[in-house]
Ligand binder design. Structure first.
Ligand code: GLA
Length: 672
């Protein structure tokens, strides 16, 4: 089914021939009296909004009971939007089942790890594997598709909403039954499953498929491979739901592209988006800035990864915030200028639409303190003025629409399976954070002014001169082979502690660590040596390690030591190594250095790979560079104005010098 659906961008109903950047929000008119809708249309036009996501949480309104349907209000909203030149990304409305449905069929409700039912009263209280839920969700999907198939406002379909945001792990009997089916497909025989799960350990051998259950509450550490397979299964179960709704939509409205909003951000890790991306016509993402010293590096990292999940092609920023959110412990408002900078950073990394949650800030309900395009204060507000300014700025960037990301020479590898597995329990340390390590490397690259892509392992890794693969823990034989081939072909691989340790069944590669990469790296480690909280070790290059160390033995004369441990148990031993192999090399960093330490270390590793910054020297590190074809995006990472005249080209939408603090300049470098 999916072969011919590589990438299809949404259609612009009012003028399908003109490329433009989308600008808009989630629109929830059902929360407001009718007269507000007219105000909304006027204000949307004032802001330059051209697309909204509609009906995301409208199930109870559309279908107030099993055989009662009410589309009249939605018909009116669709017509109103179209009349105002605003396209619609129409949701299938299946994200939050109405109380009548879960009361009638309580077996839809998820069951948590401890066996407790998760009730209605919030949202997304449905089992991904519930046949009853699936049937009702598809009925609604079909009803909407049939009703709006020919509607001129319909630009794209929005399946469900943030699949797995609250319900990725369900331990119900439905989940158990579906998990068994999934395992039978994967392993075929019980013998193969017992072998993969190493069930000789702790007398866990299964003699019948019916004995297998999700990793529910147990006395001690649950079987790690069972846990890993349950993570894979849970991601797949949601993917199946996505496919089921998508297939109905494609059947009824074959001309309308289908998407769903991913959550490539922070520690949201249950969905393997590298595996989902091919299922939809274009990739969409939701991103919210997380507090902390690397908040904007994290934004860039997420946008970059999203762009590469989309294969470098344009993607849709479905949601971010104009200012504060409501779900962090303390919800900080954005400072002046941050709204535009955040939005344009997503565009820099390939977003062709800039949308927010939500259009009008709710007056009531759980999200009433979440910012929106029109805040509680109304249109006479700094937020709305910033929204209007952004809309004008995006209109000047129509030329950017449709351009692909230009691949960098360096990349950071990001792997969901390693993320899941490296952070399982019963490990040398439970302090390891996979995504933070990857983010630290990415931050170091930004600090050095080196443009890098964040890519899944399925990406064409061979195209990169420098490949940073932090904590690449799960190393199936084929991946190890690819990495050997990469280095043999002249590539420069950099990897870290706890990489190359296990195969796809979480079984250790024997003979000394890092098992599958031992020979490539020219080192051997007999025992891990993690550090306690508060412990640190000094390296002779001036950096400081925490979290982890390794007792490294060099096994190949071609392995050089780039830094030695100066303090701690490993004093006098290698901390960072590099083995030259033909024109390529393989380097190993055995401790956690953090972004600052990695900046020191990477300067040498990148130079060795022949990779340097593309910006003029004085701007490197101060300015993030992202490239889409002929367009260079310059993002000021500092709090001071910067003179960027050394970067030649026409400024689009921003003619002025200098580049203001935390500002963004877009430079057109084509045409001479
Ligand atoms: C998610 C959801 C929205 C809203 C926002 C709030 O992105 O999709 O419905 O809850 O979070 O940040």
């Amino acid at each position: 089914m999916q072969e011919d659906h590589g990438h299809r961008w949404l259609r612009w109903p009012s003028d399908p021939t003109r490329a433009r950047l989308g600008f808009g929000a989630d629109y929830n008119p059902e929360q407001w009296p009718r007269h507000v809708w007219d105000e909304d249309m006027r204000a949307m036009r004032a802001a330059g909004a051209n697309i909204v996501s509609l009906a995301i949480f409208s199930w109870a309104r559309i279908q107030p009971s099993e055989d009662v349907w009410d589309f009249t209000w939605l018909d009116e909203v669709m017509d109103l939007l179209h009349g105002n030149g605003i396209a619609v990304d129409l949701a299938t409305a299946t994200a939050s089942p109405p109380p009548w449905l879960t009361t009638l069929h309580p077996q839809i409700l998820p069951v948590d790890h401890d066996g407790r039912t998760v009730w209605h009263g919030a949202r997304q209280h449905w089992r991904p594997t519930s046949p009853v839920f699936r049937e009702h969700a598809l009925r609604l999907t079909r009803a909407l598709a049939e009703r709006y198939a020919g509607h001129p406002a319909l630009a794209a379909w929005h399946v469900n909403n943030e699949l797995g945001c609250h319900n990725v792990y369900d331990y119900s009997d439905d989940a158990a039954a579906a998990f068994r089916v999934w395992l039978r497909e994967r392993y075929r025989t019980l013998e193969a499953l017992n072998e993969a799960w190493a069930t000789t350990f702790w007398s866990q051998g299964y003699s019948d498929w019916g004995q297998i259950i999700p990793p529910r509450i147990v006395t001690s550490h649950p079987n790690p491979t069972q846990q890993l397979d349950f993570k894979r299964f849970s991601s797949d179960a949601l993917k199946e739901h996505l496919r089921a709704e998508r297939d109905v939509l494609r059947e009824v409205t074959p001309g309308i592209p289908v998407t769903t909003n991913f959550m490539v951000m922070g520690e949201t890790k249950g969905m393997n988006y590298a595996d989902w991306a091919a299922e939809i016509d274009f990739v969409a993402n939701d991103h919210y800035v997380l507090p902390g010293p690397q908040s904007r590096e994290e934004l860039s990292f997420s946008a970059n990864l999203t762009g590469n999940l989309a294969g470098g092609r344009p993607w849709y920023l479905m949601e971010h915030s104009t200012s504060a959110v409501n779900w962090q412990p303390v919800n900080v408002a954005k400072a002046s200028g941050e709204l535009a900078r955040d939005s344009l950073t997503h565009v820099a990394h390939g977003a062709d639409a800039v949308c927010f949650f939500q259009w009008r800030q709710s007056a009531a309900g759980a999200e009433k303190y979440h910012s929106a395009m029109v805040p509680h204060a109304g249109e006479d507000s700094a937020v709305f003025r910033a929204v209007v300014d952004l809309g004008a700025r995006l209109r000047a960037l129509d030329g950017v629409a449709g351009t692909s990301r230009t691949p960098a020479r360096a990349a950071v590898v990001f792997d969901w399976e390693s993320w899941w597995t490296a952070e399982l329990d019963s490990h040398p340390t439970d302090r390891l954070r996979y995504r933070q390590e990857a983010l630290d490397w990415y931050t170091a690259l930004l600090n050095l002014g080196i443009r890098a892509d964040v890519v899944p392992t399925s990406a064409p890794l061979e195209r990169y001169d420098l490949l940073v693969a932090p904590i690449l823990h799960v190393m199936p034989g084929a991946l190890a082979e690819r990495l050997r081939g990469y280095v043999a072909g002249g590539g420069h691989l950099v990897t870290t502690y706890f990489s190359g340790i296990v195969d796809e069944h979480d079984r250790v590669w024997l003979g000394g660590y890092p098992g599958a990469l031992r020979d490539l790296l020219g080192i051997r480690i007999e025992e891990f040596a993690p550090l306690l909280d508060g412990q640190s070790v000094e390296l002779d290059n001036g950096t400081t390690g925490t979290l982890w160390t390794d007792r490294i033995d060099l096994t190949d004369p071609a392995t050089e030591v780039l830094a030695w441990y100066k303090t701690g148990e490993q004093t006098g031993r290698a901390a960072i190594t590099r083995r030259q192999a033909g024109a390529g090399s393989a380097a190993y960093v055995s401790t956690r250095l953090g972004a600052a330490g990695l900046t020191t270390v990477l300067a040498d590793l990148a130079a060795h790979a022949g990779v340097t910054g593309e910006l003029p020297e004085p701007l490197r590190g101060h300015v993030e560079l992202a490239v889409r074809g002929d367009y260079w995006f310059l993002i000021n990472r500092t709090g001071t104005p910067l003179d960027t005249t050394a970067v030649t080209g026409e400024r689009v939408g921003t003619a002025h010098q200098p580049l203001e603090p935390h500002g963004v300049q877009i430079v057109y470098r084509g045409a001479g």
